[in-house]
Design a protein around this ligand. Structure first.
Ligand code: GLC
Length: 421
């Protein structure tokens, strides 16, 4: 669809076609990886044209952890300069009190979306944020290299380790000295909580804190999974992986220097870009499983929330409705391989044609594992920080996983006291 056609369709869908009594000047704050900002700008331009409002983007760093820290400060200071926040799926319980309840405004919209995503954004009956896209990672692999060495995509972490080591070694011997077996997110931030949860959960080690709030992380299967990942650092993964977030991993992968990468679907469209060394030379499969376990993908995703300090709440709600609409989600899926939160779009032939990963990822999303943000309530960020610290320490060689998980359990008990609040 041409931009103009999409804009008109969007406007019709959200009832904006009539004139407006006044034109608001809105500000939306968003972090970014890949082309998030230019895509957002394109959709905002269409919204501006249809609504008469203007919207400025306040751009944040890529790390969700850095964004969270800044937003928490702004919101606790009652910042009136930001109307709409792009929020991570895990933040709803912690930031709920600063956002407008969207239940009434979105009552005709929510039914189109995946109910568990709507539920994740509902805190004490209040719809805190409205979904923009969801996220569930993939194992990216080089089809050309696996074929060259006669390998199938791995189903277990042990297979991945073996294949990555063999191809890395042989490629290096053949003069491809920059080749790495596997890149992922090892930096101490929220992204490592996602990677770590996947290793642990897929090895039968649970979800850090269970859905009913019990601290379960200090167990042998969890420790074995994290020790396994420690074994990758400096062997199949570069030492630098200890400071990689999504974009650093993608950088190595997209210049052709990795056999495997763990990343979110946004990397799919970018890896097929004209400037990508791996264009047409890769595919995706679900993440591997531990021995006797099953694949676990961490549930991610981004939403839009209206600040209760906004002076333009009505216009801000219009904007949120627009960016979360079916047409906007479809455009985002086609251009950026972002996963829709509207199940019907997984059967959309135009999306499947443009970005096959989207059509293939419906069941991965359905089975994705949430981080324990609901049970740990307003303490999630602190819980996650303790977890990613324990994992990063282990990967860095400061203590074994068993020792670090022991310390982690004590720290989590201290945070929890008698109940999560
Ligand atoms: C992706 C996910 C988000 C997660 C983040 C971690 O952006 O969508 O939920 O917290 O990665 O880096």
């Amino acid at each position: 669809m041409k931009l103009r056609k999409i804009a008109v369709a969007l406007a019709a869908a959200s009832g904006l076609a009539g004139g407006h009594a006044f034109a608001a000047e809105l500000a939306v704050v968003s972090g970014a990886v890949g082309k998030d900002i230019s895509e957002l700008r394109m959709q905002l331009d269409a919204f501006e044209e249809e609504s008469g409002h203007t919207v400025k983007i306040v751009e944040m760093p890529a790390s969700t952890t850095d964004q969270f820290g800044q937003y928490r400060l702004w919101l606790s200071a009652g910042n009136e300069d930001i109307d709409v926040y792009r929020t991570d799926v895990i933040w709803a319980p912690q930031l709920a009190s600063s956002f407008v309840d969207l239940t009434e405004a979105m009552k005709d919209e929510v039914g189109k979306h995946n109910p568990s995503i709507i539920e994740s954004q509902t805190v004490d009956g209040k719809l805190v944020a409205f979904p923009m896209y969801t996220d569930a990672p993939a194992l990216y692999y080089r089809t050309d290299l696996l074929e060259k060495y006669g390998k199938e995509p791995p189903k277990t972490w042990a297979e991945l380790t073996e294949i990555a080591q063999e191809i890395q070694d042989k490629e290096r011997e053949a003069g491809n000295t920059q080749m790495n077996g596997f890149v992922f997110q090892g930096a101490p931030y929220e992204g490592l909580t996602c990677d770590g949860l996947e290793w642990v959960k897929s090895n039968g080690g649970g979800q850090i804190v269970s859905p009913d709030g019990e601290i379960t992380i200090n167990n042998e299967k969890a420790a074995a999974a994290i020790d396994m990942a420690k074994g990758w650092v400096g062997t199949i993964a570069p030492e630098g992986v200890l400071s990689y977030k999504e974009e650093e991993s993608r950088g190595v992968w997209q210049t052709g220097n990795a056999v495997f990468m763990r990343n979110w679907p946004y990397a799919y469209a970018l890896s097929n870009g004209d400037d990508s060394a791996v264009k047409g030379k890769f595919d995706v499969v679900p993440l591997p499983a531990g021995e006797g376990g099953s694949s676990a993908a961490c549930l991610g995703g981004w939403n839009l929330a209206v600040s209760k300090y906004s002076q333009n709440q009505e216009a801000a709600i219009e904007l949120v409705k627009y960016l979360g609409s079916e047409a906007a989600q479809k455009q985002r899926a086609i251009n950026q391989s972002r996963l829709p939160t509207i199940p019907a779009l997984y059967d959309d032939p135009e999306i499947a044609e443009a970005q096959p990963i989207v059509a293939e990822w419906g069941s991965v999303v359905e089975n994705a594992v949430p981080r324990p943000s609901a049970p740990t309530k307003r303490q999630y960020n602190e819980v996650s920080k303790e977890f990613w610290t324990a994992v990063n320490e282990t990967l860095s060689g400061r203590g074994t996983a068993a020792e670090n998980l022991d310390t982690l359990e004590k720290r989590l008990r201290r945070l929890k006291r008698s109940a999560w609040e």
